[in-house]
Design a protein around this ligand. Structure first.
Ligand SMILES: NC(=O)c1ccc[n+]([C@@H]2O[C@H](COP(=O)([O-])OP(=O)(O)OC[C@H]3O[C@@H](n4cnc5c(N)ncnc54)[C@H](O)[C@@H]3O)[C@@H](O)[C@H]2O)c1
Length: 259
């Protein structure tokens, strides 16, 4: 399918790499004008060049979502260069693993919340008045399987991902009357370039990749495109009666019983 996002303006945070870049590519191919908002200037600019070379409309805005001024400047640049956003994908997050509760310093806790939760809130605060004035919009907050289940030694990532669901549901209720839909998209393990880098650091990268793939009933990890496609669904009118929902895209991981 093409043109499901024709004439839409979409901000995608963390779009320079991983899942966010796949969402940016697919949104642009579906006709959206895309703002790639990321701290990573080199990768962000390279993606925008790629999209423009394919005849698509995109801008890069260097953005640290933890900084509200930086977010406001990014939204202003989007309005000036692409138009007012009707779609926001809150995708950027820090994804540190291997930390147990007492290993985490106060600074690490605060930085994780500043990016993963405050960052989403800053972006929502900036776009909600525009969406309200325009008569609607769609916000997608990227959660995780960590939004519903606790994976040991993933602290405080899992706490921040639980908070994403609370934010999503609150905004959905408050802005439903304004025709602004707010949903969460919750992936299982996704094969991003950073995931491959992490596996390369193990003794047996193929075994490390297979081990995590095997925790999903589908016995594999997701590709980034398998997360981008449901993001298009949530952004477009195909999901027009869905709000406050958490769309779990995890190869069955969250329904598997462990004891
Ligand atoms: N990869 C997975 O297996 C997986 C699984 C479930 C959920 N998720 C979620 O999907 C989203 C994307 O994850 P990913 O694996 O693609 O991550 P990634 O680390 O590959 O990419 C994250 C991007 O966010 C950017 N970023 C980091 N901090 C930022 C900040 N302060 N401001 C703006 N941009 C910032 C990075 O530069 C990078 O481009 C995250 O919300 C993550 O929690 C990922």
């Amino acid at each position: 399918m093409t043109n499901r996002l024709q004439n839409q303006v979409a901000i995608i945070t963390g779009a320079a790499d991983g899942i966010g870049s796949a969402i940016a590519r697919l949104f642009a191919s579906e006709g959206a004008k895309v703002c790639v908002a990321d701290v990573d200037v080199e990768r962000g600019l390279a993606l925008v060049e790629e999209l423009k070379a394919a005849g698509q409309q995109a801008i890069f805005a260097e953005t640290d979502i933890a900084d509200e001024d930086s977010v406001n400047a990014m939204v202003q640049a989007t309005c000036e260069q692409l138009g007012e956003p009707n779609i926001l994908v809150n995708n950027a997050a820090l994804t540190p693993m291997g930390k147990s509760v007492l290993d985490v310093s106060r600074e690490q806790w605060q930085r994780n919340f500043a990016v993963n939760v405050d960052g989403m809130w800053h972006c929502c605060r900036a776009v909600l008045p525009m969406m309200k004035a325009a008569g609607g919009g769609s916000i997608i907050n990227v959660g995780s399987v960590h939004s519903f289940k606790v994976v040991p030694d993933s602290f405080p990532y899992g706490v921040t991902k639980h908070a994403v669901i609370g934010l999503t549901r609150n905004l959905a209720v408050e802005f439903g009357p304004d025709n602004i839909r707010v949903n969460a998209l919750c992936p299982g393990m996704v094969e991003t370039p950073n995931a491959f880098k992490a596996w390369e650091q193990t003794e047996d990268p193929a075994a490390a990749r297979k081990a995590i793939g095997d925790v999903h009933p589908l016995r594999r990890n997701a590709s980034v495109e398998e997360i981008a496609r449901p993001a298009v669904f949530l952004a477009s009118s195909e999901s027009s009666f869905m709000t406050g929902h958490s769309l779990v895209v995890d190869g069955g991981r969250s329904v598997l019983y462990h004891d």
